[in-house]
Design a protein around this ligand. Structure first.
Ligand code: G3H
Ligand code: 13P
Ligand code: ZN
Ligand code: NA
Length: 284
């Protein structure tokens, strides 16, 4: 069934694990993630980025996820990743998304508060939960590009004011993670994360840029309140890596299913690995 984000993250908080939020762009990716969730008995979040919306369209993403959710036994949440505008949040609400992110992290603080609160008011009116963002997460995204020099980590002391004034249900924090792979070891500011968690112990925190973070860092972050971990790049790499192998092995192959099928299988295995690491396996 399709459920709200907060329903999943509340259970994760109570039982001290994190839910994987995996980016989806087409049928094979959706099937890979749902199959992994079913096999692991894990709750799961499927999320659509700006790139996904451009590539597949909100309508197709919603239809594919609905088809998957109809037969799935595990709870599934459909989430808007890095929503840039009130208009797009409204569009996703209309199409039945069960969670939305309003990303006002590039705005001056008061503007971020004002626009996030507006998105929360609309989403809550139809029972949908909302993710906000405070601080800037590094790396490259299709619509939001943050250069290294511009990376600003979340100020823990501002978090209670932001959450209280906007009403967000969960919060993306910038503690040194980046979108995409890392050049060398990522440096995560655990003192900062611990302080945020100390100030807001019941607030589910969201870690963006989950690909490339060493396992021991993930295990350390979860008990500090991280309840949603976004993963995109590592899934892409698993999918395309396998597709490339098949094409190299069988250069005469022209049936897309013979290439996409094994790629989907490789992505499923990567998702299962993340679910076990996040502790969500067996929780649904
Ligand atoms: O939002 C983070 C995604 O990794 C960016 O993906 O290229 O589909 O917009 P995109
Ligand atoms: P990665 O591509 O580093 O996994 O980050 C994904 C993400 O944060 C999507 O919002
Ligand atoms: Zn992100
Ligand atoms: Na990353």
């Amino acid at each position: 069934p399709l459920v709200t984000g907060i329903e999943l993250l509340e259970d994760a908080r109570k039982r001290d694990y994190a839910v994987g939020a995996f980016n989806v762009n087409n049928m094979e990716i959706i099937q890979a993630i749902i199959a992994a969730a079913e096999e692991e008995r894990s709750p799961v979040i499927l999320q659509a980025s700006q790139g996904a919306i451009k590539y597949a369209g909100i309508r197709y993403i919603r239809a594919l996820v609905t088809a998957a959710a109809e037969e799935a036994r595990v709870p599934i949440c459909l989430h808007l990743d890095h929503g840039p505008s009130f208009e797009q949040v409204m569009e996703c609400l209309r199409y039945g998304f069960t969670s939305v992110m309003f990303d006002g992290s590039h705005l001056p603080y008061e503007e971020n508060v004002r626009l996030t609160a507006k998105a929360v008011e609309a989403a809550h009116a139809v029972g949908v939960s909302v993710e906000g963002e405070l601080g800037k997460i590094g790396g490259v995204e299709e619509e939001i590009r943050v250069e290294d020099w511009d990376v600003v980590l979340t100020d823990p002391e501002v978090v209670p004011d932001f959450v209280q004034r906007t009403g967000v249900d969960y919060l993306a924090v910038a503690i040194g993670t980046k979108h995409g792979f890392y050049k060398g070891e990522p440096k995560l500011d655990f003192d900062r994360l611990a302080r945020i968690h100390q100030l807001m112990p019941d607030l589910p925190l969201v870690l963006h840029g989950g690909s490339g973070i060493p396992e021991e860092h993930i295990r350390r972050a979860i008990p500090l309140g991280v309840r949603k971990i976004n993963i995109d790049t590592e899934l892409r790499a698993a999918f395309v890596g396998r597709a490339r192998e098949i094409m190299a092995e069988k250069p005469q192959e022209i049936d897309p299913r013979k290439i996409l099928g094994p790629a989907r299988e490789a992505m499923k295995e990567k998702v299962k690995e993340k679910m076990r690491l996040f502790g969500s396996s067996g929780k649904a």
